[in-house]
Design a protein around this ligand. Structure first.
Ligand code: MLT
Ligand code: ZN
Length: 466
């Protein structure tokens, strides 16, 4: 295992003390990886700063010694952005987790980057407001990581991505300088908005240490409906039928294989007895007394058209939560097969063509493998997970899937889509960045990184090689 240079180790020890400079094997393993399982964690040390000044001190010391840094939040990422497998110094934000202000006049909340997403959601709810970016990993993901990856989730169709909710950021750059960006302002047209450059930058420009988030009114009594669909082409017809009548909070889909795995491994009930190739999960507000009749009329229309075979509408908060688990538990359920994850998108109008092209590629290249379809299809975002057979090694499996990815990415590029809709580029997608971004764009990105991080110590080797 690689070690920190001794003078750096001593300086960090005097800055942080023994309890906040970790080098034991289990801490290195814990903090050195995210939810991906394609590389072994091998950082040289983990530091746990408690203040912005400490983060600045650590970055300056690392820079002096030419040591690479990996910023670390809840490590729930799926592209390897928080992996430290080359002797890097991990800066874990866990202890910078205080909510310093909840302001009901500004409808904002300010907190340390290590604050857990669910804690923020609860604090907003305690004052009758809502932080609406939500996903299955809200209980362990940290806001700094959400911002660094511009996390999406299950209600993007209504609320957009994390980017839409960040009104202020404090960031320590690769030189140790502290930038205070936008100060929670709603209106601030004073040149380039560096805040937006930081959002989604995956730690390659600096470390987010504090965030101010905007809050909104919570949705009114959300209800969930799960529909059984006879084929893939019904997915977008159903979306259009509902969207012509109501505003949706979520429009998710999953395949029968996804449902079967979740039912078997999480001990959940099927939504209804009918088994259909695909399912759509819709969430909407209980907007008025006639909403159930309204919804059932759309369902009947979809059934008449042959787009829907069966349906269940939640009658209580508990039932709505139970139906959500059928979708939200998919990722965790599949993790036991070390899935190769595709997180791809097109514009919504191109989804039917996108699905049929991807389907043809999958049928051609993976006839022998289990392929699980799910995702935020109302946003144009598909998660295509290929499950690794037990008798195939991780390396062999990855090589095969990467080859097929090329075919998928070519199709996506020709549709003007994205090879990583919400999981980021990290390590796993960087070889494919050229399918979504031009050479000129990547060259500009490299130049921007060099301005914020002249010695290339901030999460080097992630997103692109410098
Ligand atoms: C999800 O939509 O469940 C998450 O993005 C995680 C995943 O894709 O596995
Ligand atoms: Zn997702």
């Amino acid at each position: 295992m690689s070690q920190l240079p001794e003078p750096l180790y001593q300086s960090l020890m005097s800055l942080l003390g023994e309890s906040r400079l970790l080098t034991d094997p289990s801490s290195l393993e814990h903090y050195g990886r995210d939810w991906t399982r394609f590389a072994a964690p091998a950082p040289s040390a983990v530091v746990l700063p408690e203040t912005v000044a400490e983060v600045q001190g650590i970055v300056r010391l690392a820079r002096e010694h030419g040591t690479a840094i990996v910023p670390s939040g809840g490590r729930t990422g799926l592209s390897g952005g928080a992996m430290a497998s080359k002797g890097e110094l991990v800066i874990a934000l866990d202890r910078m987790n205080s909510i310093t202000e909840v302001n009901t006049i500004n409808r904002s909340l300010t907190c340390g980057a290590g604050t857990i997403t669910a804690t923020i959601q609860q604090a907003a709810s305690d004052v009758g407001l809502c932080y609406p970016v939500d996903f299955a990993s809200s209980g362990s993901s940290q806001i700094g990581g959400n911002i660094a990856t511009n996390a999406g989730g299950i209600q993007v169709i209504r609320y957009g991505m994390t980017r839409n909710w960040v009104s202020g950021l404090k960031v320590v750059t690769g030189t140790g300088e502290l930038l205070e960006l936008n100060n929670g302002l709603m209106k601030n047209n004073t040149g380039l908005d560096l805040r937006h450059l930081m959002i989604g930058s995956e730690g390659i420009l600096g470390i987010i240490v504090e965030a101010t988030l905007q809050l909104t009114a919570p949705p009114k009594d959300p209800q969930v409906i799960v529909l059984g669909l006879p084929d893939m082409s019904a997915i977008m017809s159903v979306l259009q039928a509902f969207q012509s009548k109501i505003d949706l909070l979520a429009y998710e889909f999953f395949s029968e294989l996804a449902l079967a795995k979740v039912v078997e491994h999480q001990g959940l009930q099927r939504p209804f007895s009918e088994v259909t190739p695909f399912y759509a999960l819709l969430e909407f507000e209980h907007a008025g007394p006639d909403i159930d009749d309204h919804i059932m009329a759309v369902v009947e229309h979809c059934m008449t058209e042959g787009w829907v075979v069966d349906a269940v509408l939640s009658q209580s908060v508990a039932q709505a939560k139970g139906l959500w688990r059928l979708r939200e538990d998919i990722s965790e359920t599949l993790s036991r097969w070390t899935p190769y994850k595709n997180d791809i998108s097109t514009t919504i109008a191109k989804v039917p063509q996108f699905l049929s092209e991807v389907d043809a590629i999958v049928a051609r290249h993976y006839p022998d493998l289990e392929v699980v379809w799910y995702g935020h299809i109302g946003d144009g975002n598909l998660h295509l997970n290929i499950l690794k057979p037990d008798d195939v090694s991780v390396d062999e499996f990855q090589v095969r899937c990467k080859t097929v990815s090329k075919a998928i990415f070519e199709a996506i590029a020709s549709l003007g889509g994205s090879i990583s809709a919400e999981h980021g580029v990290g390590l796993l997608k960087k070889d494919f960045l050229g399918y979504s971004r031009s050479e000129a764009e990547v060259a500009l990105m490299r130049g921007i990184k060099a301005l914020f991080d002249p010695d290339n110590i901030m999460n080097p080797g992630k997103v692109f090689d410098s």
